[in-house]
Write a protein that binds this ligand. Structure first.
Ligand code: NG1
Ligand code: ZN
Length: 565
């Protein structure tokens, strides 16, 4: 008898898992030695060449998650978003289209890292016991993937995991992350009072395009330039444009979906946010005064921008998008004439520009909370408002309407024609917004509608407030776990001495703010600083980066020369 067979025979399981099928499949995808995976803010992410075993195991976990939720559909998305083309990632989507419940994350990590079939099955058994999963229930999973060349092989691995669990599956093919989230929710709510829309990709386009047509007033001429990052957003945008017909004028660029090496390369939302400049491929294409926007590789992030008459680039990031939407919604709600108007609130992270926070709280008197980085934190905080607007500065975000708010709007009886018009608008906005997760395409339509209603051009929108100059630096350290934070990641508890240094430096700069936190998605520590001038923001960031590098146990002799000490 082989070692594996012996180990399997001596297993004492508490749950009736299909051991033979799981073990056989697991042997086909042995876990590579020396690689540790961790289920973080964006699920699992890694170089794609080591990734098939993880995706196979995620298939099994997703099936168990479905069983835990009385056979509701669970979503699985294979994408590494804005990361390089050779990376890939996988994440599990809960029945309402939300991120996987946090309590499952450490179990996912343990299952992904189990070194052999016996320990893999034991880890699954622990999960089933912990969450009282009835293994005999049916399981259903809907999955999709982006345009990365590694996806077909990863999909095969996923399918094997699902087959081992005899899961009922729907393969949605090459889709954006938000489309997969939409599908998951729509499949699970079909025919109920929470019906989210027709559970199909045409259903998604119909919902968005019909809401758009109900909202849009006469439009000025001119076309929106959309940088699709050479990713799946290009496919979705082309399909959506068919539904929007002449009502929406857009020019798509960076649409080379299946050309190797171009995904997210020198283009896309992450390029714009980190470089704070126009992607080179748009130079000479974007005209002064014209609006442009960039999606990321899986179309869940959105960045806007324009060139002024002197051809100077101006970026309208997630904070500006959030300010526009929240400011608009708070006024819209007033115009509907509710007896008890829903409370509009904003959720940000520490990366939000200081002047955006000031604008929302002081100018617009909006309630605002700051949470840790990661969509799940923003999403949960936004659920506490009647209407919760959440955005990360990098352009990922959406708007949530609480069930009480939806009920309030449904029952509302407008008393005047103005109230009636505005209530109709609000209902259409609910359909236009993909509340399951940040959706670059839905957010882009929302921004365009609001600009249209307010008769704003890019400059008018930009002038809501002026961004404080800022800089984000990624610092390599020996072990990012040595860096621990508190108060929504705005302060380090460890190393305490480094935090004292941050405090003393920041105090020297007018409007200065700076913080250091370990990344949740990459093996690095991020340093952020803002100050009254660009020079000062960069200098502050470089000082903090220099100290972080040294505190991170790196060799001072190798310290990059732009870092200061
Ligand atoms: P980390 O690597 O934890 O900083 C990054 C983004 C997050 C979020 C996640 C998920 C920044 C500074 N951080 O997280 O906002 O989008 O990726 O993709 O942009
Ligand atoms: Zn993304």
């Amino acid at each position: 008898m082989s070692n594996t067979a012996q180990a399997l025979k001596s297993l004492q399981l508490r749950n009736n898992l299909p051991i033979a099928a799981l073990a056989a499949a697991c042997e086909q995808y042995p876990k590579p030695e020396g690689h540790l995976y961790s289920y973080g803010t964006a699920g699992f992410r890694s170089h794609s060449k080591w990734f098939e075993p993880v995706v196979f195991r995620v298939g099994v976990i997703a099936a168990l998650r479905s069983k835990r939720h009385s056979s509701k559909f669970i979503g699985v998305m294979i994408t590494a978003s804005h990361n390089p083309e050779d990376d890939n990632g996988v994440k599990i989507v809960d029945p309402r289209g939300e991120m996987l419940q946090t309590e499952w994350e450490p179990y996912c990590t343990k299952i992904a890292n189990a070194p052999d079939p016996a320990s893999f099955i034991t880890a699954l058994d622990d999960l089933c016991t912990k969450f009282k999963i009835d293994v005999s229930k049916r399981s259903k999973v809907v999955y999709a993937y982006d345009t990365r060349p590694s996806c077909p092989a990863l999909v095969k691995a996923l399918q094997l995991g699902l087959a081992a669990m005899e899961t009922e599956t729907i393969n949605e093919g090459v889709r954006t992350t938000p489309q997969l989230h939409y599908m998951t929710r729509a499949l699970n709510t079909q025919g109920t009072k929470d019906d989210y829309g027709e559970p199909s990709i045409p259903g998604y386009y119909k919902k968005l395009s019909s809401a758009w047509k109900r909202l849009i007033r006469r439009r000025e001429e001119g076309s929106l330039l959309i940088d699709c990052a050479n990713g799946v957003g290009a496919i979705a945008m082309k399909e959506l444009l068919e539904y929007l017909s002449d009502d929406f004028k857009a020019t798509l660029v960076n649409t080379d979906v299946f050309v190797p090496g171009v995904l997210n390369n020198m283009c896309g939302a992450d390029y714009v946010k980190t470089k704070q400049e126009l992607p080179p491929s748009l130079k000479g294409v974007l005209k002064a005064g014209q609006r442009g926007c960039s999606l990321d590789g899986d179309a869940d992030r959105l960045m806007y921008y324009y060139l002024d008459e002197k051809n100077i680039f101006h970026m309208l990031d997630g904070d500006k998008i959030s300010a526009l939407i929240a400011g608009y919604l708070v006024e819209k709600v007033k115009l509907c004439g509710f007896k008890e108007p829903p409370r509009v609130g904003v959720v940000q992270t520490a990366y939000a520009n200081g002047n955006s926070t000031k604008y929302m709280q002081k100018t617009k008197a909006l309630p605002l909370v700051c949470v840790s980085t990661g969509v799940k934190h923003l999403h949960h905080a936004a659920e506490k408002f009647g209407i919760g607007v959440y955005f990360e500065a990098n352009g990922h975000g959406t708007v949530l309407f609480s069930s009480d708010t939806l009920e309030n709007i449904r029952k509302h009886e407008p008393q005047t024609p103005t109230q009636d018009d505005n209530t109709k608008d609000l209902k259409a906005l609910i359909d236009l917004i993909n509340s399951t997760v940040g959706d670059a395409i839905s957010d882009m339509l929302l921004v365009e509608v609001i600009l249209n209603h307010l008769r704003y051009d890019a400059r008018a929108w930009d002038s809501l407030y002026t961004d404080l100059p800022n800089k984000l630096v990624k610092v390599n350290v020996k072990n990012r776990a040595d860096f621990q934070t508190e108060v929504a990641e705005r302060r380090l508890t460890h190393p305490a001495e480094l935090q004292r240094f941050v405090d003393s430096q920041v105090a020297k700069y007018p409007d200065g703010r700076g913080f250091i936190r370990p990344s949740g998605t990459e093996d690095a520590v991020r340093v952020y600083a803002e100050a009254a001038s660009k020079f000062e923001a960069e200098q502050l960031a470089n000082y903090l980066a220099g100290w972080t590098y040294d505190f991170g146990g790196m060799d001072p002799a190798q310290r990059p020369k732009e870092y200061l000490r």
